[in-house]
Design a binder for this molecule. Structure first.
Ligand SMILES: Nc1nc2c(c(=O)[nH]1)N[C@H]1C(S)=C(S)[C@@H](COP(=O)(O)O)O[C@H]1N2
Ligand SMILES: [Mo]
Length: 261
């Protein structure tokens, strides 16, 4: 499918820094599982002019070889191997709750949404980070399609869970399925992405295939993987890490370099 190839970064967001314009990259075309990008991504939208990418992306091998995905393993270097045969096609995402037009979208419908490439720095509370060139589309685009009602204040997300496909999940120490949430305005923010790929290729299983959330100003655990359900609600949703350790992990979890989590 086609991708708008505007590239930008989100590193200064949490430190209050200033962004500046960044030129879209040339087109990339790869075969097989790869995603095709268009040569001319068009003019940047006004808010994009204020963004710049200052960090060099991590290597694909780093991004796809060191992962947190507790359903598969708590050992970051074992996740890729254990998620290798995870079935991500067929797949569908159910979007409902306080919306006028609830719907279920299959992969073909999700892939029909125009994507773009964005470079974000991704920070885990464990103290490591990665600079990742994601491919995806703003979550806002999906939410607009279902028309949230005026009663909707939050968005709840759920990861696919199947103990058969995820036999090591019993060692996760987590109550599964993995759940996360955002306030509606955070969810509608143009930087909040639903990623379907990285480095111009479809998303590796270990990174949350076929579709995962990416919220660049929040710690990594907010960026829930392999999403199957999105529900608009009128109250703050439960989140997996808050349930597991409420004294350590709050709902908002915005990156704050001045405060140890
Ligand atoms: N379903 C699910 N989503 C998840 C996790 C998980 O264990 N299960 N781990 C989170 C954490 S703690 C981090 S840091 C990021 C890691 O994403 P990456 O492996 O793509 O870098 O995914 C987040 N999303
Ligand atoms: Mo994390």
């Amino acid at each position: 499918f086609f991708m708008k190839s505007a590239i930008w970064g989100g590193t200064a967001l949490t430190t209050g820094g200033v962004y500046q314009a960044f030129k879209p990259q040339a087109s990339v075309e790869k075969t097989g599982e790869a995603i095709r990008t268009v040569a001319d991504p068009g003019s940047p939208r006004p808010w994009e002019e204020a963004l710049q990418a200052t960090d060099t992306p991590n290597a694909f091998e780093e991004i796809a070889g060191y992962n947190n995905y507790y359903e598969f393993s708590t050992d970051k270097s074992a996740v890729a191997g254990r998620a290798k045969n995870f079935v991500t096609d067929p797949w569908s995402v159910e979007i409902g709750g306080l919306v006028a037009k609830p719907r279920r979208m299959d992969l073909a419908e999700l892939r029909a949404i125009e994507t773009e490439e964005r470079i974000y720095r991704f920070r885990c509370v464990e103290g490591w980070s990665m600079v990742i060139p994601w491919v995806g589309f703003p979550l806002a685009r999906l939410l607009e399609m279902v028309e949230p009602t005026s009663a909707a204040t939050h968005v709840a997300f759920e990861t696919y869970y199947d103990a058969k496909q995820m036999p090591y999940s019993k060692f996760s120490g987590l109550d599964l399925p993995y759940v996360e949430g955002l306030r509606l305005d955070e969810a509608m923010h143009p930087l909040t992405l639903l990623a379907t790929g990285l480095y111009g290729k479809t998303l590796p299983n270990q990174n949350g295939a076929p579709i995962r959330l990416v919220v660049p100003w929040k710690y990594g655990f907010k960026s829930i993987k392999s999403v199957v359900r999105i529900v608009l609600t009128g109250q703050e949703p439960s989140t997996t890490w808050n349930l597991a350790g409420p004294q350590e992990y709050g709902f908002y979890s915005n990156v704050n370099p001045a405060v140890d989590h």
